[in-house]
Ligand binder design. Sequence first.
Ligand SMILES: CC(C)(COP(=O)(O)OP(=O)(O)OC[C@H]1O[C@@H](n2cnc3c(N)ncnc32)[C@H](O)[C@@H]1OP(=O)(O)O)[C@@H](O)C(=O)NCCC(=O)NCCS
Length: 173
Amino acid sequence: MPITLRRARVEDAEAFAAHMGHPLVQPMLLRLPYTDAAVWRTRLGETLNASSDQLLLVAEIDGVFAGHGGLAPAGTQLRRRHVMGLGMAVAPEHWRRGVGNALMLGLLDWADRWAGVLRIELQVFTDNAPAIALYRRHGFEIEGTHRAYALRDGVYADVHAMARLNPQPPRPA
Ligand SMILES: CC(C)(COP(=O)(O)OP(=O)(O)OC[C@H]1O[C@@H](n2cnc3c(N)ncnc32)[C@H](O)[C@@H]1OP(=O)(O)O)[C@@H](O)C(=O)NCCC(=O)NCCS
């Protein structure tokens, strides 16, 4: 089945709420339980208003929501304008079908070739082997480990800080 990518829309709020609240997805992100479509409608509205600064992509298989991936500025400081943070999640029923790869390729093309992003950074729980493998495959490296970084289901869990530098930064013509 071909995977298509498009920008997220406010109408995706229901799909985002179900997706981000899935018991196999929510613990791997920094989201809290009890996600809600109304909250996502507001959140998507705010995110999409800032669409020139960030990218939120939806992957679809046969027109059905299969996952999301996004890039957002790492901070507001002028000297960090070359840095963005990355997040993504694929709906569990579509794991291991190439959706994560497709989302990553879309995000990296936008970052490297259009948005002038030199450095992409992210945090990933140290026991999230599928995500770490996906990130390594696309050039991300572990830069360090934050201990007791986030509370996850009653346990303070460690995360790796990972980052990737654009291997072919843009040059003048
Ligand atoms: C991590 C995640 C995004 C991968 O998505 P996916 O669509 O299943 O990934 P793909 O099918 O495109 O696979 C891409 C690569 O990821 C790695 N990978 C994916 N699942 C894997 C698994 N179960 N074990 C080992 N490597 C895995 C592999 O390197 C794979 O490449 P390969 O198929 O050539 O071996 C998905 O498991 C997910 O959404 N997990 C829950 C949310 C999450 O952890 N988000 C990241 C938070 S930092």
